[in-house]
Write a protein that binds this ligand. Sequence first.
Ligand code: DOR
Ligand code: ZN
Length: 486
Amino acid sequence: MSDFKTDFIADIVLSGGTVVSSKTRFKADVAIKDGLVVAVGEASAMPAAKEVVDVSGKHVIPGAIDAHVHFREPGYTHKEDWETGTAAAAMGGTTTVFEMPNTNPPTRSVKELRQKQDAAKKAHVDFGIYGLLAEDNVDELQGLVDGGVNAFKCFMGNTFGNLPSPSTGAMLEGFEIIAPTGLRISLHAETASIMAWRQERLMKAGIHHALAHIGARPAVVAAEAVSRAAVLAEWTGARIHVLHISSAAELRPLAEAKARGVDVTGETCPCYLLLDSRDYERLGSIIRVNPPVREASDSEAIWAALKSGVVDMIATDHAPHTPEEKRKDVIWEADCGFPGVETQMPLMLNEVANGRITLEHYVKISAENPAKAFGLWPMKGRIEAGALADIAVVDLDRSETIRAENLHSRGKITPFEGVTVKGVPVHTLVRGRFVQRDRKLVPESRGWGRQVTDVQKMPTPEPKNTDQTLAALLHSGSAKTAGGPR
Ligand code: DOR
Ligand code: ZN
């Protein structure tokens, strides 16, 4: 019993577990009050609590922060909606998601942002909302910032939703507008024109087997797009994030950009670490995802880059589609992507069990680094007094077999069907409230999730080349002479 007297009663004490940070692990209880962690330490140092939850034998880690999910609402709710998508997150130990703008309508102006915020009222977990950076909405970007988006997404290559990728000119103007806000611009870094050309050539030649998908999107599309985006970020001072790193080839321009001081982060997803070209025959069109799953040598290089820090984080690109939309004989007809937000943590904990990554490093790439990259640190991404109580309690000894029919997502098809994993989140808490308990969704947590805006702080970056932005030139009326000799 507590021999340390406090003048308050905690809401919950998680008792007897092992708390894990990116650097260390130690046996400690965790006291939670009003959504915050208020104490981490010896049982004798805990305040009295309304509820003591025995988590002995379990590990207590920060909830995962997934910078890349597609919840499909509005527009494609037969694939997913905010309730099913965030239920899947809660079941997967993920406490914060950043949701992508390729809905219908896309999130390209304040009006559509409000529509999405409305849909998100059902969320079980906290969320950020991406605004779109496209060719035709450059004039809406400032409004999206003022309206409260948490990041931007730029589709340099097209994918589900077929949003046209912006020209490099539109991208540069978008970067100029967004740079001073400090908000990060996440890139689908694949070059559209190369892929359109190749896919058309392959289709005309009647080639439509699953592996042809890699042929349409060779790794050079990623290397080229990362390099080009990094040049624009370096020029404007914009912060960028490379989504779903799939290749060895793009790691070099990413590492080089980091070395030049570009504020760039990168993510990969479980499919690029755990699957490779040998899985195409077995999985057929189910494996189709943009960018494609590539060679075993790519997976090896990405694992090494995660270790060295060139790749900063794990995300999921949670992209649910129906089994009918995924299963096609002609690869070009299969929808791209699959659900991931519910299976990421179990799959990665299984790699902890396999000795491929330490639990501390997993905490770094799943929680600490995304929190830092997207301005949520120090309120999210760690378990210490003063932080929000976003927590996954994991049982590293528990095995489960992944079955699409058991997923909470509406996308009941996964390339990880039948995979048995060791390591599962058994409770998930968002701001001190159970959203998953004992492997069951807490239905009452519907609507508990809120947008991260109040805890997000993106420091203002060093502005670059501000005298040459289109806005500066247009407003000063000096566009006639700009760019000439000085
Ligand atoms: O395969 C993919 N599917 N890649 C993406 O980038 C988008 C996603 C989707 O929205 O379906
Ligand atoms: Zn995506």
